[in-house]
Design a protein around this ligand. Structure first.
Ligand SMILES: Cc1ncc(COP(=O)(O)O)c(C=O)c1O
Length: 393
């Protein structure tokens, strides 16, 4: 029989630039290959394994639920769906939740909600959606259209009509793009896939003000920043700017597929019966896992420790900057990145793999660090020591 990698090469579409590593087991901050080698994971499934691999509370919740009830479809009610929706609503905007299966699915819901909200309010003309250059919202056609990165969009044109792109933190550009035909401004509070760029709070405040003035929804894509990644449960809580809609996914169900679109009260009934659906959405197993995740994230001191470890990581990375090994250090909580003086980020990620450390590069110059939120200082030290050696040559 072919090995794991050979099977992928033969039978799986080549849409991902995978690193040459196959894993069979995960525990805490480590993944293990077939030979039992341990890899320190600073990718965490791209911010999915926020509680680490196979967290006991998630495993127990899934095992219990999977033995009870796996799926019913959304023609019926189940306890975990309602309970997870309550936890998300009460911890964020109030209002109601639509469950999807992915980040793109959550954003599709937000886009459709915004379009219908605009149409209900003022007719078809109120349909424009403003998103930010360098942003990332997913790979379906609507979310790709929202993803203002020409290289990702080009092969799939024509895209959806009615999207306008503005540069991040460009107050003048945002004001110029706004009028009453806009139904939503949609943005990531920290641009993740674009290289971990936090938006400044003045820009978020102006977006809030302009959205209000033009009766448009302010939608924050918290797919990557949500669920404690930045040291608060949701990144919008750093800025004091409250959006009308947030979208979540990634680590929400402890690494099972889920997405969620949470809309604040006046907007949470815009999508009525028959307007939106997905067969798997809000299934009892991922929702049971999500309830366990919420319990862990909201345990006393958990988010404070994320903040402290993030601060520690940046302080260590700044030492590399002082020595000229990296040119920029930025981030929030445990969502951090460094820029390299040379376009060597992919090469350094490859060297890291050889050193049994998993790192991710978002561009030729930028390395992004998304460790599990349970990461320990000694693990951060190990990664910084590796970088010091790799970047010194
Ligand atoms: C901010 C943001 N939005 C949306 C998505 C898309 O999520 P998914 O890959 O689950 O569709 C991602 C994925 O990286 C993301 O980072």
């Amino acid at each position: 029989m072919d090995g794991i990698i050979e099977q992928y090469e033969k039978y799986v579409m080549p849409t991902y630039g995978r690193q040459p590593a196959a894993f069979v087991r995960g525990q805490g901050c480590y993944l293990y290959d077939e030979e039992g080698n341990a890899y320190l994971d600073f990718v965490a499934g791209l911010s999915i394994n926020n509680l680490g691999h196979c967290h006991p509370a998630v495993v127990a919740a899934v095992q219990e639920q999977v033995a009870e009830l796996i799926h019913t479809c959304n023609l019926y009610y189940t306890r975990p769906g309602g309970e997870l929706a309550r936890l998300l609503s009460e911890s964020s905007l109030g209002g109601k939740v639509f469950f999807a299966n992915s980040g793109a699915g959550a954003n599709e819901c937000a886009i459709k909600l915004a379009r219908k909200y605009g149409r209900d309010l003022a007719g078809e003309g109120k349909h424009r959606i403003i998103t930010l250059e360098n942003g990332f919202h997913g790979r379906t056609m609507a979310t790709l259209t929202a993803t203002a990165q020409p290289a990702k969009q080009e092969p799939f044109k024509p895209l959806l009509p009615g999207f306008t792109y503005v540069a991040p933190n460009d107050l003048v550009g945002l004001a110029a793009a706004m009028d009453d035909s806009v139904c939503a401004i949609m943005l990531e509070p920290v641009q993740g896939e674009g290289g971990v760029h936090p938006l400044n709070s003045e820009f978020l405040q102006v977006a809030r003000e302009l959205a209000g003035r033009h009766q448009a929804l302010l939608v924050f894509d918290e797919v990557q920043t949500g669920m404690g990644r930045t040291g608060k449960l949701y990144a919008y809580q750093h800025s004091g700017v409250k959006p009308d809609v947030i979208t979540l996914a990634k680590s929400l169900a402890g690494a099972l597929p889920i997405g969620a679109c949470v809309a604040a009260p006046p907007y949470s009934d815009v999508l009525g019966p028959g307007t939106h659906a997905t067969t798997f959405g809000g299934g009892p197993v991922p929702c049971a896992a999500g309830i366990a995740v919420m319990r862990e994230l909201t345990a006393p001191g958990f988010l404070e420790s994320v903040d402290a470890r993030g601060e520690y990581m940046r302080s260590m990375l700044r030492k590399l900057q002082d020595r000229g090994l990296v040119t920029g250090v930025r981030g929030l909580g445990l969502m951090n990145a460094v820029d390299l003086p040379e376009p060597r980020a992919a090469e350094v990620a490859g060297q890291a793999l050889a050193a049994k450390i998993l790192l991710n590069n978002t561009s030729a110059n930028t390395l992004r660090f998304l460790p599990p939120l349970i990461v320990e200082e000694r693990m951060i030290d190990q990664v910084v020591e590796f970088l010091e050696t790799a970047l010194s040559v």
